[in-house]
Write a protein of this length. Sequence first.
Length: 131
Amino acid sequence: MYNNIGEKIKGLAKVIAWIGIIVSVIAGLILIVEGSDSYYGGGILISVGIVVVVVGTLVSWIASWFMYGFGELIEKTAEIARNTAKGAFSGSITEKMEYDEKLKILLGLKENGLISEEEFAIKKQALLKGE
């Protein structure tokens, strides 16, 4: 129920936007039809109906951006938490680049059979600890 909440919020934002757009169009069309049937002041109802269609559609669409953005923030925050929980490198960019370069060298040694899997794991842990 609470898994992938960011994705669910983004989906809800889309649904609410479409409902708002549909309601705005229907309400606007009702006002336009009522205005065209009216003997007195029909022009005002037609104008209001057009405004409701245009403004209501835009407001529904734009308002959904905020809810969608909130869902995106939650999704990205959860992704960052997952990445950091896996023991992802946490240091400066320079340290990260140095770590990546050393790891690439270790992978090359392992792939060429110059070090074993166990030696690779030990050296990788030492790299993570900054040794």
